[in-house]
Design a protein around this ligand. Structure first.
Ligand code: SME
Length: 162
């Protein structure tokens, strides 16, 4: 069972995300700002990054974009691999409370204990995802999921304009 984040903190960060969205001139700036904000303000969000589908790639490929946290060996992930591939191919948020117990998990860092991956939709189709790793077991409760899905929705709306 995930431990609940401080609801006031989640509300504050959501307001900061709205501010970033109002100030960002491009989807890229918004994504960069979100990685910095979530990694800095949410203590259990130890790695925060975006993967976007490579345009025209066959088979489809997720490519690492802006991120905060340790360098990862997984800069390109096919859709049949990892938690990242599972979220992108199903179009559903995937929350893993204990990565050791999930055979799909691709290890990034030995410290990672739980993970959430939220797809980003553009005109109804998955275009990428927001991936967050935590050094704590079951770090992502319902309000975390809502906050992260909100960020992914804002980015999707921004990408619609491109
Ligand atoms: N753990 C992910 C790979 C990406 S790293 O977390 C940054 C996965 O299983 O797809």
């Amino acid at each position: 069972m995930a431990t609940t984040s401080n609801p006031r903190k989640v509300d504050e960060v959501r307001m900061e995300v709205d501010r970033l969205n109002a100030e960002a001139r491009t989807a890229n700036q918004l994504m960069e700002g979100i990685t910095v904000l979530l990694n800095k303000e949410m203590l259990k969000y130890n790695w925060v990054g975006f993967y976007l589908l490579e345009p025209g790639a066959d088979p489809p490929m997720l490519v690492l974009g802006h991120y905060q946290g340790a360098m990862t060996p997984h800069t390109r992930i096919p859709l049949n691999m990892g938690i990242c591939g599972a979220a992108a191919s199903s179009g559903k948020t995937v929350v893993v409370d204990d990565v050791k117990k999930d055979v799909r998990y691709l290890a990034c860092s030995l410290e990672t204990k739980s993970e959430i991956v939220v797809p980003i939709f553009v005109r109804g189709e998955v275009r990428g995802e927001l991936d967050i790793d935590s050094h704590f077991l079951a770090a992502f409760a319902d309000e975390d999921r809502e906050l992260i899905e909100y960020c992914a929705q804002l980015v999707g709306k921004r990408l619609e304009r491109v």
